[in-house]
Design a binder for this molecule. Structure first.
Ligand code: GAL
Length: 350
């Protein structure tokens, strides 16, 4: 009899604990979803990079849009790391100490992401890396690490395809002197950036696979930068007068730098074709004006939206997978497309 009572008491106690725990979870859930403000820290490898500037503007727009839609106040702290990984590391510490709910990081040196990851893991602050992809080993260190970017091989293949199409329609478009070879120069981004290496390899490979007879005149690293590219092109135009028919550039800003040098030398877009990647507003303007031959545009609205959506849901303790289609649970790849001069004009007249 006494044993039955003890048994009953233990069962009641167990049920009581379960109910208590369930209520606690319920209140916790309500408390979390009732957050009325969130704070998101954004770090940029360089604030003066044109493409990164368009993503920054996109993030600011999304923050305003979501604030209006949901009534949840969004505080965005955007800091420029000015090309220094040390500065960025201290900025990470500062943003964590300010109580950021999530960090969006465009790291300076992608191979040093582990320092940032250590700090974020210690503080329990989730991180959305973007545009400069940490190595897989680092990305797998914690489940609260995400990456948003545009697939570098895809950009390059699209760039190459645009040129192959043009060559097949009329070989003289690229082989201006008609000697049976397309003589090109190559402008490359930072050596440490995954996009530079992969874009270079696959643009040229796609041209070769597409049957375009190629001759490389020279190439150089201009670190995504318009003025560095312009200086290189100025030098090449002097060293190889009348020989360059095509400039393959890893991004739009360097392509525009090459066009600046061509303008200074009085060389028109008819004799040298220039192609870029990014579809920045200045790049698209050059397409419309007919100085840039083609570019590969990444959908910057969706790019910024994906970064923001992931940071937003993590800040509200929600699962990002329910709002963003993630590959392997942590990667979002932004869609891209070729933009030619005709398409840019059509878009403008829409
Ligand atoms: C590339 C982009 C470049 C530059 C670079 C910075 O993806 O094409 O223009 O912004 O990222 O990391």
């Amino acid at each position: 009899m006494k044993r039955n009572w003890i048994y009953l008491l233990a069962v009641c106690l167990g049920i009581g604990i379960l109910i208590g725990y369930w209520q606690y979870r319920e209140n916790e859930g309500q408390r979390q979803s009732k957050k009325n403000s969130i704070r998101i820290g954004v770090l940029l490898y360089r604030g003066d990079d044109t493409f990164i500037g368009t993503l920054r503007a996109g993030l600011e727009d999304k923050a305003k849009e979501y604030e209006q839609k949901t009534g949840i106040k969004v505080k965005l702290d955007i800091l420029d790391s000015k090309g220094s990984q040390n500065t960025q590391n201290s900025q990470v510490e500062r943003l964590i100490s300010l109580g950021c709910d999530a960090l969006c990081i465009n790291s300076v040196d992608r191979s040093s992401a582990s320092i940032i990851i250590d700090k974020a893991m210690d503080a329990g602050t989730p991180v959305v890396f973007f545009n400069r992809e940490p190595v897989e080993e680092d990305m797998n260190r914690w489940e609260k690490l995400y990456y948003v970017g545009a697939d570098a091989k895809e950009s390059a293949v699209l760039q190459g395809d645009a040129l192959v199409d043009a060559y097949r329609k009329d070989s003289r478009t690229l082989d201006a002197n008609g000697n049976g070879l397309v003589s090109y120069v190559l402008l490359e981004g930072e050596t440490s950036h995954q996009d530079s290496l992969i874009r270079t390899e696959w643009s040229i490979q796609t041209l070769k696979d597409g049957g375009v007879p190629l001759e490389k005149i020279t190439g150089g690293i201009a670190n995504w930068d318009r003025s560095q590219a312009s200086a290189l092109m100025e030098q090449w135009l002097k060293e190889y007068p009348g020989q360059i028919e095509l400039v393959v550039s890893n991004n739009d800003d360097m392509a525009l730098g090459a066009i600046d040098a061509m303008n200074r030398a009085g060389i028109g877009a008819n004799s040298i074709k220039v192609v870029g990647i990014d579809g920045t507003p200045v790049g698209i303007k050059a397409l419309e004006e007919g100085t840039l031959f083609a570019t590969v545009e990444s959908d910057k609205e969706r790019y910024a939206q994906a970064i923001f959506d992931i940071a937003w849901s993590l800040s509200l303790d929600q699962d990002p997978k329910s709002v963003v289609p993630l590959v392997n649970g942590k990667y979002y790849w932004c869609p891209q497309r070729v933009l030619t001069q005709e398409e840019a004009k059509l878009l403008k007249n829409k």
